[in-house]
Design a protein around this ligand. Sequence first.
Ligand code: SAH
Length: 230
Amino acid sequence: MPTILLLCVLAALAAPREPTDAYQRDRENLAANLSRAGIHDQRVLAAMRTVPRHLFVPQPYRLFAYADRPLPIGLGQTISQPYIVAIMTESLEVNGSHRVLEIGTGSGYQAAVLSGLAREIFSVELEPELASAAKERLQRLGYSNVVVKQGDGYEGWAEKAPFDRIIVTAAPPEIPRKLIEQLKPGGRLIAPVGTEGQWLEIVDKSLSGRITSRRTLPVIFVPMRPAPKR
Ligand code: SAH
């Protein structure tokens, strides 16, 4: 018996370094697939390899957390498909000095992916229940440069404006005017826009304040809802 035990210990020591959690290998595969699918920014791929998406989805869906698909997060809302999170993050071209506004915190996953790439993330969520769950989750997992508040994304976050980057993760019928106003000159906003068919739109504000926009991909997002009247 002791010999067997010794052999087990030796085998364990000789084994390749164990994954940090049970899903590490799934994340490696996801990142490899995203790379094959055209995501080239190594920082984005590293974030996709690191952020534990399984901790952002409800328990029954954990096994599917690293499949490239959206999943329900409650209250009729969804966490985006990893490819969409990755392409939006890459298209945003964030750097470590940027202050980023996110509209539609949802589970907090997109904010967690941005956390390591930007200086600060300010995220606004309409649903009080989702906002408080995401706030608690992000804090618990150590994403300390993400601030979440419950509020109406159509208003942006005036007290924290202007922002270097804005990412909208629910689809408005058109780009909300206040968000354009809260974007810094030289800044970029990305949003899924439309009601029937939606397109991912990238909006750039030049240093002189000129706005240009282009459509990139057809996408499917939950609608960005007007705040309920009080
Ligand atoms: N980024 C999220 C997924 C967003 S799903 C993630 O990584 O999990 C879209 C979210 O936008 C939902 O949680 C929805 O409640 C929220 N939302 C819809 N309308 C909104 C509005 N007007 N202001 C803020 N959030 C809104």
